[in-house]
Each structure stands twice: as structure tokens, then as C-alpha cells.
Design a binder for this molecule. Sequence first.
Ligand code: 13P
Length: 260
Amino acid sequence: MAPFWVGTGWKMNHTRADAAAYAATLRASPLPRAPGLQLFVCPPFTALATVADGLGDCPVKVAAQNIHWAAAGAHTGEISAAMVADCGATMAELGHSERRHDIGETDEEIGRKVRAALDAGLIALLCVGETRLERRAGAAIEATVRQLKLGLGDVAADELKRCLVAYEPVWAIGEGGVPCSPADAASVHAALRAAMAEKAGAVGVVPPVLYGGSVNLENCRALAAEPEIDGLFVGRAAWQAEGLLAVAEAALEVRRQRTA
Ligand code: 13P
């Protein structure tokens, strides 16, 4: 059975000392080894190695929050896929809403980053999500499927098995965000899955689709109960390790009941 994914993006939070404590808490818990669950953490670049080293053989995947598309060269301030892999990352989160909207990353750039992640042997976690205006205009599916197709534009069918997709509606993320209902998330997830099934054809595997945006301990059970949702991508509620573990435990319990 495919695992249920539960991960967190720390965004611009946590020193190396915080990161070491976080990793130690995960390592001390039996939950990361629970069958049917795959945890991941996306620390800032400065804490990647601390988290990866602190986790040791604890099977929590470590992801960078971004990479540059080039393998190396004159790109001041940027960090390559090989560099994050060298720090212990095995995944790269790409196209998060805050990078699209605060930094101005384009679908074309995100597609190049997905390519660079795969070329370096990383799992690419592509984030997509519509704005409030797009949702109000009835264009949520159109907008997210467009982002998906451009983000995965340079990915071959047999590489989809090294991809994950996170549906993170912009209006649902962060302070003041309104969590998406499980039913609304499910309809977008189904559309994303259908677009990927088309791409996968006979040879490819359709990547898991995670939901992110104001996930917390209160709403995670209802989201995890929705069969279209293959995982949860948590921000604020998992910035402490206890928060990630609590959401993961609750979600796993619901998934186990569903498949029992
Ligand atoms: P919040 O859970 O804080 O809304 O953040 C979600 C997110 O951006 C995960 O990538």
C-alpha cells in the first residue's frame, strides 16, 4: 500500500539549534517507522545538514525549500540541487506559493527547477494552487492544471515516480488563510491526477497528491479521510516537532480505519 505522506515546510524559521532539537524529537519517536506513513521535513538551507545529520537512520525525508535550475556557475546567492543533496536532502520543494507570489517565480522557471531536481537524483515536490481570484472566477482547476503541466513539462513519463505534487490553494495558506474543504480539495486533486494519468500513459506512475494550506490537528482527520488526498503538507501547525507528530498520528489513524 502506498504510504500516506505528512510533511512540513518550516519556511523562514528555525536556527540550527532549533533544527537539531526538532530532529532529535522525531528520532526519539516510533512514528516515523510506522507502516503506511512517510514523513518529510523542509528546513531552510542553513539547517538542512543539521536536520539530516540529526535524523541519522530515522526514515524522515529531508527536502530543500527551493533550488536553482543550473547545476553550478555564476548565480550569486543561489543553491544547486547537488549542494542540497550534499547536505542530506533527498527531495526539493518547488513552486511554493510564497516563491511564486513573493519572489515572482514563473511556471517556466519552476519547470526548469523540477528538471534540475530530477537530474540530481532528488524527488521533486511540485506545489500548485490557485489564487482567491481564480477560485472566485471558477478557474481553480484550470489554473492548477496549467501550473502542473508547465511544472512537469520536461518530465518523462517514467520519471513521474520520482515526483510528488502538493495542492496548496493560495487563499488557504498562512495567517488568515481559510482551509480548503476536503470536498473542494478532492475535486482539484482528481483533476490533477487525471492530467498526470494522461501524461503517465502506460509506463508512468501517477504521483501522490498532497494537500496543504492551514492544515492543523483539528482539520487533519477530515482531510486524511478523503481518498483523493494522499498526504498533508503542513506549515504553522508543524513548526514544532510535536505538532508534526500529532498531525501525522491523527491522519494515520484515520487512514488505517479507512483501509481496514
Ligand atoms: P500553513 O499550514 O501555515 O497554512 O502553510 C502551509 C504551507 O505553505 C505548506 O507548504
